[in-house]
Design a protein around this ligand. Sequence first.
Ligand code: S3P
Length: 429
Amino acid sequence: MSTLKLKTNINRLVGNVTIPGDKSISHRSVMFGSIAHGETKVTNFLPGDDCLSTISCFRKLGVMIEESDNELRIIGNGFEGLTEPSELLDVGNSGTTIRLLMGILAGRPFFSSLIGDESIGKRPMTRVTVPLSKMGAKLDGRKNGSYTPIAIRGGNLQPIEYELPVASAQVKSSLILAGLQADGVSTIIEPAETRDHTERMIRQFGGEITKDHHTIRVEGGQKLTGTTIRVPGDISSAAFFLVAGAIIPDSEILLENVGLNPTRTGIIEVMQNMGADLEIVQAEDNGFEPSGNLRIKTSNLKGTVVEGNLIPRLIDEIPIIALLATQAEGTTIIKDAEELKVKETNRIDTVVQELNKLGANIEATHDGMIIHGKSKLNGGDVSSHGDHRIGMMLAIAALLCKDKVELARPEAISVSYPNFFSHLNNLIR
Ligand code: S3P
């Protein structure tokens, strides 16, 4: 197993980072480009391992996709242009790829099989296989359709009216993609608002979808037309530098081109509540996905409570928020976040275990964690457990450590941020 000696005990972080493309939007740009009619051009695409898995799956489904320098050219021929793959569709580590792809394949009149890595093999799939089966697709998998490998034979779909049992954009999006192929109007009700990139992208491709509070309606049989997508930077990647800038002494970082979709900006609200010196210095909106520049400076932080409807708006940022809270005065409570247990790792366990090894004081709870600040971090041997966000969080934690820190399985970071270490090293003074 590979290990990496992390930089520790640094003086300060200063400079600018241009944040790479958003992972969720990059996946969707490939998928919508593939099911639309005509040419789609994508710029600032994220060439992370997860998004490359999505490209590879759609190529196996017969779609022409050219890729160079973070740009894509996709030639779509509608849903009907997808053809039966002769090989297994391998989604690697990507939950978004497998769950959204199942929604697309549910309406295609052919057979396909989906596999992924060891982590994907532990993630629950019934949350999509159950409603997609209700719509008329045939799906099966290990343990009664719960886990990969998943086999699908798609076909004619009936519209669905479905209340999501969990607040999940992946499940919502999977049903929207199936709904686009159904014979009538599908209605999906979310328990709390989740990221709405799928809805925004349908409009960008000339389609229609409505949202009334937590109820989404989409009609099947719409024709989507190829377009040009500029992917904004990923706020989930920016989060590592936002927290680093706040907790390392004498720091100031400007983060450029950060996606500011309000369904994703929970981290900004939490940091500002905790007292962070964080401001949006420039914002723009292209009518589909807003973005802007963020400036963060070293901050005096206090503990907070993160709960309820805020959780889906920062679900992927909880590992780095936990690190932030170790450097805040007082206690921080994170609750209503059971979903953390079914991410790339059980992120309640991996965050608590790895940060406590470095000297933090965090207790796991059934739906989150309690973090007692402020802790001195020392050093030690830690692991990403194969989870990109745990790996990056530990690399930021190490910057504060007095002693040596060695990270096992650092390669996981390329799932969402292949240039992470070069961007970090450019800021270290
Ligand atoms: C994603 C949705 C979230 C998030 C994941 C990306 C998406 O997952 O954690 O990293 O692109 O739709 P859930 O929908 O399972 O909460």
